[in-house]
Every structure is written in structure tokens, then in C-alpha cells.
Design a binder for this molecule. Structure first.
Ligand SMILES: [Zn+2]
Length: 333
């Protein structure tokens, strides 16, 4: 089985027929021994005309797509693989307009595909980060969202963070791994719950001088608060340059590819995509061949926990608070 696709042309050439793509996925998922996704039986009939299987035990028909992000999609698997390659291959990412043009589907279809692929980029962190930990907040977006008149007035009257969406970022200095959390609000309480769930208390916390971190900082081995307003950007070799640099890249990623059009209710998924690439680029992908990334994502797609949660189009659209308005169904990124 070919795992190395050095260029997009290699990938498109290899998956030139739908049968090749289906067999590739069947090999990945079942090692060519189909298992009924409903009852787990290994006994089946082959339904050649529809390229499916029928379970001998529970009599259900199934294909290799069941339970995956390819489920209930009319888009050929070969196009899905190309979309995965496009979205995962470049740190700058690609908008649904670009992906749609490349693989020959509508922007709306590509938008949904991109979001399904993005849900697979959730790194599901369970381990606590440790060592020297940098933390900061970023206020982004929000400008293009439809907001109520009163909120708009507040946004115009206020400045800086008013009307923007906060993203709380944590960076583990030694490994360069980062995590982003899109939050409705930034308070000492919301920050505390994020830190406690993600950072080991043996760590050294490096933040700016914001009072948000003062109380929770006492729970850690040490808390270095850098007073940025007094031009203090480093102390005893500690700094928060990594998380600040990462935020600059994240802004560039949102403004560059997505032209600042990302809606607040989808921002966490875009943050996950950005962080997935950041964390893999530095730790895993460089060690593997660059071309193995689609396979890495295919493995992620087929993990038991991801097979249970396939994003449905109507659930995605419902995230939009204005989803019942027809003109809001089309989202631009
Ligand atoms: Zn069955």
C-alpha cells in the first residue's frame, strides 16, 4: 500500500478511480477484513453493484464510510483525500472557496468537508503541560458577526477587546506545543479552570502583569509576571515570546486565508486546525515524511472515539445563532 504522496499530483494520480480510494480506506480501516459497524460481526455478503457489504448476522448493509467523516456524503473518496491533503499540508490552510475550486465541488460542500476534516484535528489533550509554561490572551475577530444594535453601540463606544472573541493560549516552552481555548469571556475564574485542567502545578507560569493571573499563579511552583507596560518583556531568562509569536501567526492565518471572515461560533475549530499543525509540524511531521500527513489524518479519522462523533451539516449550521435566516446559511470560509 502506497503511503507516500510527495505532491498533490501523486495523490490524484494514485486515486484516479473511486475503487482504488475505497480499497485504500478498507485496507486502513479493516486490513481488508470487513467488520460490521453495527454488531461487530465478521461475516458478510458482498454487494458488488453498490460496492457495499451486507452483514450475515444483523442483515444491515454497510460500506467503509459508515461512522467516518465520509459518511452520508456523495463526494467521491478520492476528492475527500485531496481535500485532506490540501487542508493538512500547508500551515496557512485553505478556504472552502479554494478547496471547492480545486476538487470541483461547490463552496458550500467544501465548507462542510473542511469543517468535518477540522473536527479530526482536535488533539484531545489529556496530559498536563509542564515545565516553563507561557500564557496569554488574544482578542480577535467578531467584527463581521451580526450583532444586536445595543451590542454594536457598545462595540463602537468601547475599544480594544470590546466585541472581540477572547482566545486563551498556553505554550510549553521546552516542546513548543501549544493549546488554544476560545472563551466567551476572560475572567480570573475562566482562566483558572483552563490552567488547572491543562497545566501541572509543578510548572513555572510566565504571564504578563494582568491581575487575572495573580491568584491562580500562587498555586504553581513559581509565577513570573512580566510588566509589559513598563517594557519588561523578560526576567531571569523567562519570557512569553513563544505564545505571543504564535498569536501573531494565528492572526495572520485568520486574516490571510480566511480574510478575517471566521465566525465566532466556529473559531475553536479553526484554532484546533492551527494548533494541530503547529504541534505536529514541530514534533511529528518533520520526523515523518512530509507526504505522510494524509495518512496521519486517516489514522485519526479511524480511532474509536472519532468514529462515534461525526459532525452533521445541520448541527454545524445550528451553531450559527442566526441559522434560521436563509442568507446566513452560506458561510464564507
Ligand atoms: Zn451486523
Amino acid at each position: 500500500m502506497l503511503e507516500e504522496f510527495k505532491t498533490i499530483k501523486d495523490l490524484e494520480k494514485y486515486f484516479s478511480t473511486e475503487d482504488t480510494a475505497r480499497q485504500y480506506l478498507e485496507n486502513y480501516r479493516w486490513l481488508n477484513n470487513p467488520v460490521c459497524p453495527k454488531c461487530g460481526s465478521r461475516y458478510y455478503y458482498i454487494l458488488r453493484t453498490v460496492k457495499q457489504y451486507c452483514c450475515k448476522t444483523c442483515r444491515k448493509n454497510y460500506s467503509v464510510r459508515v461512522g467516518t467523516i465520509f459518511d452520508n456524503s456523495a463526494v467521491p473518496l478520492s476528492k475527500w483525500f485531496t481535500a485532506i491533503f490540501l487542508l493538512s499540508n500547508d500551515r496557512r490552510s485553505m478556504s472552502s472557496v479554494q478547496v471547492g475550486e480545486w476538487i470541483g465541488v461547490t463552496q458550500k460542500t467544501a465548507w462542510f468537508m473542511n469543517h468535518r476534516i477540522r473536527t479530526m484535528m482536535n488533539t484531545n489533550n489529556v496530559e498536563l503541560m509542564e515545565g516553563i509554561i507561557q500564557m496569554d490572551e488574544l482578542y480577535t475577530g467578531g467584527k463581521k458577526d451580526k450583532v444586536s444594535k445595543s451590542r454594536k453601540e457598545k462595540m463602537i463606544a468601547g475599544s480594544g477587546s470590546v466585541g472581540k472573541i477572547p482566545v486563551i493560549g498556553i505554550a510549553e516552552t521546552e516542546t513548543g506545543k501549544k493549546r488554544y481555548f476560545v472563551s466567551d469571556e476572560v475572567t480570573a475564574g475562566s482562566i483558572e479552570s483552563i490552567i488547572i485542567n491543562n497545566v501541572s502545578k509543578d510548572s513555572i507560569l510566565v504571564t504578563d502583569g494582568s491581575p487575572l493571573y495573580t491568584t491562580v499563579g500562587k498555586e504553581f511552583n513559581n509565577h513570573i509576571a512580566l510588566n509589559h507596560s513598563k517594557n519588561e518583556f523578560g526576567k531571569d531568562g523567562y519570557h512569553s515570546n513563544d505564545i505571543e509569536g504564535s498569536f501573531r501567526h494565528f492572526r495572520g492565518y485568520l486574516d490571510g486565508t480566511y480574510k478575517g471572515m471566521v465566525r465566532s461560533w466556529h473559531l475553536q475549530k479553526y484554532a484546533n486546525e492551527f494548533i494541530y499543525k503547529n504541534n505536529r509540524r514541530e514534533k511529528v511531521v518533520l520526523a515523518l515524511s512530509k507526504a505522510k500527513k494524509p495518512a496521519v489524518i486517516l489514522k485519526t479519522i479511524l480511532t474509536p472515539e472519532n468514529l462515534k462523533k461525526v459532525l452533521r451539516y445541520r448541527d454545524l449550521v445550528r451553531l450559527n445563532p442566526n441559522h434560521n435566516r436563509k442568507w446566513d446559511l452560506q458561510e464564507a470560509c
